[in-house]
Design a protein around this ligand. Structure first.
Ligand code: ZN
Length: 256
């Protein structure tokens, strides 16, 4: 069984959320992926309702809603997203949404998510833009420490800051990470070794597989990721933790 814990709808299928969800579900089925987390993005041309309606057609797909922490109605948008639109988590993207992780409004929203018993997936990929915005692993850790009642997924394992993120995650029981994008982006560099080192150091706990589709086709990401992990000596039991067991436990998908 395989779970993809980080992906998006592709705006280039036919322009509709319904068309994008159909294409996504088809690719997941072909790749043998049982369940996937679809991350709604305010930067995409669809409302949270359009995305929710599109993914509701497919039991394989579950969504995280993206709201802006500085928007005065963000808490009610989140509440409606969870209670009415069936989203199961909150997605935050500090680089694209241009908000500060250490802003009080961010902390309030993230605490609210914890009170609602839903996880927060927060982008943690240090590209040039994010670095110039003042990207800092410690800010992620401080947010997690300020909000101990909220479970976090640090997306992309912090990219080339993976060792810092690993060290911080070891001190924070409410933090998980996904290896999406980074494992394939940094191929043939020392960062790949560091990513595997970090997973191993964390005993392959608190880590999820993700593809960040439509970065690449679903099957291509899966096959390339498994190949790299196996080449780096990751065994079957360890692979199973990353590919399904950790996510099944985290999302309490005991029906799988
Ligand atoms: Zn993503």
């Amino acid at each position: 069984m395989i779970i993809d814990a980080h992906l998006h709808l592709d705006v280039h299928v036919d322009g509709t959320a319904a068309g994008a969800a159909a294409e996504l579900d088809k690719q997941l089925a072909e790749a043998g992926i049982s369940r996937a987390i679809v991350l709604h993005l305010q930067t995409q041309p669809w409302t949270s309702k359009e995305v929710a309606d599109a993914i509701a057609e497919y039991p394989r797909l579950h969504g995280f809603i993206n709201v802006h922490p500085y928007h005065s109605a963000c808490e009610s948008e989140l509440k409606e997203g969870i209670e009415t639109l069936n989203y199961i988590g909150l997605k935050l993207h500090p680089r694209l949404q241009e908000f500060a992780i250490d802003d009080n409004r961010t902390i309030q929203l993230v605490r609210k998510a914890g009170e609602m018993n839903i996880p927060v997936l927060i982008d943690a990929f240090p590209d040039g833009t994010h670095l110039m915005q003042g990207f800092s692993p410690v800010k992620y850790a401080m947010l997690a420490r300020e909000c101990p009642g909220t479970n976090f997924i640090w997306a992309h394992m912090g990219g080339h800051y993976v060792l810092d993120f690993m060290m911080l995650a070891k001190r924070l029981p409410n933090v998980w990470m996904d290896l999406s994008y980074s494992l394939l982006y940094y191929q043939n560099s020392a960062v790949t070794d560091n990513l595997v080192y970090a997973m191993r150091s964390m005993k392959f706990e608190h880590i999820f597989y993700g593809s960040d589709y439509p970065d690449r086709p679903i099957a291509e990401s899966l096959n390339s990721s498994v190949k790299i992990l196996q080449e780096k000596g990751v065994g079957d039991d360890e692979l199973n933790k990353i590919m399904s067991k950790n996510a099944v436990n985290f999302f309490k998908w005991n029906d799988l």
